[in-house]
Design a protein around this ligand. Sequence first.
Ligand code: NAD
Ligand code: ZN
Length: 342
Amino acid sequence: MLALVKTGTGPGLELKNVPVPAIGINDVLIRVHKTGICGTDLHIEGWDQWAARTIKPPLVVGHEFVGEIVELGANVAGFAPGDLVSGEGHVVCGRCRHCLAGRRHLCAHTIGLGVGRDGAFAEYVAMPMTNVWHHWHGIDEEVAAIFDPFGNAVHTALAFPVLGEDVLISGAGPIGLMATAVARHAGARHVVVSEPNAYRRELASRMGASLVVDPRERALSDVFAELDMVEGFDVAMEMSGNPTALRNAIEAMAHGGGVAILGIPTQEIALDVNAIVFKMLTLRGIYGREMYETWYKMTVMLQSGLDITPAITHRFGFRQFEAAFAAARAGDSGKVIMDWQS
Ligand code: NAD
Ligand code: ZN
């Protein structure tokens, strides 16, 4: 099969022929239809310090995908050839305290698809059946392809109740864009999106933001009066990884507010702990998705009218992977999809 492979240390990826992955008795083999490019894939392709520390080539990269089941291990039940599925990219140990208690998203021994094991930027991917999510008949395959980052957005957006609340989202990358639509769907009063990139601010407006702000030009507190906000934001979602964005969010919070932190900074961040204490804020780290409550919520929100399709802006065949990666890296994009059947 053809796959996008990190063949050795250093930048770049190679489209090459590799064996179709073998499946164990608890695994399924999936024919990949479409994939999404994630920031993680850009890190691996560009071979930054994180990638050099983490990745052991050769590795098939990629973890956001939709495809159809083509083969089942002897022990697999509940799946059939032809089923349309996506994979939960965090393969957990199944045996630690949290896994045994059903809190699999808290497993400390998670192995990432396309990071610690061969991934989905390939014609076929193998996964344990416990990591496979059935889609309902008729789902848009492009939306199904990005259930993994959509799940990051939903996990973060539902970390604190948003019904009737004023919400700040910092960073309108693909995940911040989807979180904007989710917060709206979940009943937030105002969703203010802070993002320096003009193309992404425009997309955030299309996803349902009440107001978009360029943080280089306008302080967050400056929007309170315009939106009839009394004290500050009730809920913030940090989705940029930028130190200033997190500090600005804490400064703009109302007393008792919740800050859900998904963005991954590349450096330590100094925070105003006095503000956290005296405003009695709750800061909560978010990693991955809850297995499988987040997946359930994604599904039912789509079925009840949530639309994340404006966040998908670019489409390429897998043979144009270099152009696809360039579009994702450039920043004037939302989610970039690669088609593996073209
Ligand atoms: P992205 O890099 O495409 O988006 C980040 C956005 O933040 C960019 O549009 C950037 O312009 C914007 N930004 C930069 N400085 C800012 C500032 N000062 N204020 C407001 N916005 C600013 O990333 P993404 O794919 O949408 O992911 C969002 C974040 O979540 C990234 O940091 C990513 O590494 C992280 N992430 C975390 C998890 C997890 O499980 N915790 C999973 C996936 C991604
Ligand atoms: Zn575990």
